[in-house]
Design a protein. Structure first.
Length: 319
């Protein structure tokens, strides 16, 4: 090797020289692979001493925090001058330490691929805890997800369905490694959810009010249900059919409505309420109206046409 090239090599590789006077020697490595979430000096350099009574000091020096590790299967390059600056800032007595580092040290975080089997278990555990009968038909991972190679705890942090695809779910996974490192990843899955929903147990005619005996619970695929369908009993009992409903049909807000408590032509009491006035007069309903629904009415005294909110049977409030 030419003298000029040798000098250039040494300037690139060495940070401290004349190491014979030092008590501890730190020799940086060119490349390392680690599994931890943090990088310490002992991960990227060998540390030793010619003296036998400095073992605890060597351990302490090795624990010097350099920086956080990259994500699994990723790598970072740490420049020598930054390492020396960290050692100085951490209070290490550099005058007693001989150190030599490459210009840059490449640090790679060990990683392995997250498997569909692991994802499936996490999703199934989540649905079991939610007591929902959902099965996963297919898992979609947009890209490879690398995780720590040690033991993992994987859980679903959140779940949502695609707005226009009832059979497609989005899952945010929280992945915790054995050393406490946490990472998150989003995956999609084709799912099938089943639940018990009320269906008509007989022919129900338009205008009939649905009672407890007019329906039974049937197990159905949620993705096949209309968006506006009712899926709990309390949503249908006491509602009025807007059209004929066949036996076995599901109920929805297009086939059932709250029955009117005031009907067109009914004699009513009109309650006037303002900050300065409260009065009750008689009138006539000009429309059918369920509770809290706005309808048109006529004041008997003034013959004025007004709008008010149905409060109860025969009672309408005007503000």
């Amino acid at each position: 090797m030419k003298l000029k090239n040798l000098s250039l090599y040494l300037l690139t590789f060495l940070v401290a020289v004349n190491a014979s006077a030092y008590e501890i020697y730190v020799r940086g490595k060119q490349e390392v692979t680690i599994t931890k979430p943090i990088i310490t000096l002992s991960d990227i350099a060998s540390i030793d001493s010619t003296k036998n009574n400095l073992d605890e000091v060597i351990i302490g020096v090795g624990k010097t925090f350099i920086q956080n590790s990259p994500m699994p299967n990723k790598e970072v390059s740490i420049p020598a001058n930054r390492i020396v600056e960290i050692m100085k800032n951490e209070g290490l007595k550099l005058e007693k330490i001989g150190y030599v580092f490459p210009k840059n040290i490449k640090v790679k975080r060990a990683g392995r691929l997250l498997t569909e089997k692991e994802v499936l278990k996490a999703i199934n555990d989540y649905f079991d805890s939610e007591q929902r009968e959902i099965s996963v038909k297919r898992i979609y991972m947009k890209e490879d997800i690398f995780v720590s190679p040690d033991d993992l705890f994987i859980e679903v942090a959140s779940f949502s369905k695609e707005p226009f695809k009832k059979d497609m779910g989005s899952f945010l996974l929280k992945i915790t490694s054995g050393n406490g490192d946490v990472q998150k990843a989003t995956i999609n899955a084709l799912i099938e959810e089943w639940k018990d929903v009320p269906v008509a147990s007989r022919q129900i005619y338009r205008g009939e009010v649905v009672n407890e005996g007019d329906f039974v619970m049937a197990r159905m695929n949620v993705s096949k249900l209309p968006k506006e369908s009712f899926d709990v009993k309390k949503e249908i009992v006491g509602k009025e059919a807007t059209r004929n409903i066949s036996k076995g049909d599901i109920f929805s807000n297009t086939t059932l409505v709250s029955p009117p408590v005031v009907r067109n032509g009914d004699k009513i009491k009109i309650v006037y309420e303002t900050p300065l006035l409260s009065a009750i007069v008689t009138g006539v309903a000009l429309q059918d109206g369920a509770k809290q629904e706005k309808i048109k009415i006529k004041n008997d005294s003034s013959n004025k046409i007004l709008e008010g909110y149905v409060m109860a049977q025969g009672l309408v409030r005007v503000n």
